[in-house]
Ligand binder design. Structure first.
Ligand SMILES: Nc1ncnc2c1ncn2[C@@H]1O[C@H](COP(=O)(O)OP(=O)(O)OP(=O)(O)O)[C@@H](O)[C@H]1O
Length: 262
């Protein structure tokens, strides 16, 4: 069960790139143990939101709190700690082809814990992580021997090996066929259930959004347009949200309107 203190808080966050406003007064609380999916048109700022959370992109105003602490006020050590606790599974996170699967999964672990974990502990963690994504015993294989779906799962194992508290999934199913998409969805749900992680998912895949999420959040027009349960979204009468979910372009597509929301 999620505790009552939000683990992550966006409070009145503003962000612009030059003249281009991305957010103006973005506010959102994310509870411990929740899986939240961020929906929004291309360019609405979903990835920017994830990157601001781990300090890769600085907000212009407002506050972003992780476990009660303001990201903007953190020194390097504080940010390092945040990035240790929040794992970002990048869109198309690539594996190193020159390394075995086991070495790939161990990579971040070795970087982060080079002086505290023994080789044996690392091997154990790698085996456990591969098991969690349903690929036990493939340590000696090469990434080039794996299907696209397996590569994504190895990428996820590499993230899980770091034992984060939060996983940011940026387009976790892009480029996968429906069966492999279902596998990843299943893993996201399974990981949440077994490890109690907090997850933020950015996806355009409505199937994934409805399958994995406790709550959905739609961003657009520089802020949160709607938040609620999957059922709230299924039943919404908000035309903008409805059309997005149904993949329907406005009947009279005004180019100026499209440009102003992209
Ligand atoms: N470092 C940056 N410098 C300048 N502009 C940026 C930077 N990062 C993102 N942007 C711009 O901010 C806007 C939002 O980008 P973002 O990647 O968050 O969109 P998104 O909602 O994740 O889109 P998509 O669904 O297409 O991935 C885009 O117009 C993008 O070009």
């Amino acid at each position: 069960m999620a505790s009552s203190e939000p683990l992550i808080r966006f409070k009145g966050v503003n962000k612009a790139f030059g003249p281009k406003t991305i957010y103006q007064g973005l506010s959102l609380d994310i509870m411990r143990g929740e899986t939240i999916t961020i929906l929004g048109a291309s360019g609405s700022g979903k990835s920017v939101m994830l990157k601001m959370l781990i300090g890769l992109i600085e907000a212009d105003g407002g506050e972003i709190l992780f476990d009660g602490k303001d990201i903007a006020k953190m020194e390097d050590q504080g940010l390092y700690e945040v990035r240790r606790r929040i794992a970002y599974l990048f869109q198309g996170a690539a594996l190193f082809d020159s390394l075995t699967v086991g070495e790939n999964v161990a990579y971040g672990l070795r970087e982060q814990n080079w002086n505290t974990m023994s080789d044996q502990e690392i091997r154990g963690r790698v085996a456990q992580s591969l098991e969690m994504v349903g690929l036990p015993g493939i340590e000696e294989m090469r990434p080039s021997d794996l299907s696209g779906g397996m590569k994504k799962r190895v990428g996820l194992a590499r993230t899980l090996a770091l034992q984060p508290e939060v996983i940011l999934y940026d387009e976790p199913t892009t480029g996968l066929d429906p069966i492999n998409t279902a596998r990843i969805n299943h893993l996201i749900v399974g990981i949440k259930r077994s490890l109690g992680l907090t997850s933020l998912v950015v996806t355009h895949d409505m199937g994934t959004a409805f399958t994995v999420s406790d709550r959905l959040v739609m961003v657009g027009k520089h802020r949160v347009l709607m938040k609620g349960t999957p059922d709230d979204f299924r039943r919404t009468e908000n035309t903008y949200v409805r059309d997005f979910i149904d993949g329907k372009a406005p009947e009279v597509e005004d180019v100026n309107v499209l440009l102003s929301t992209s």
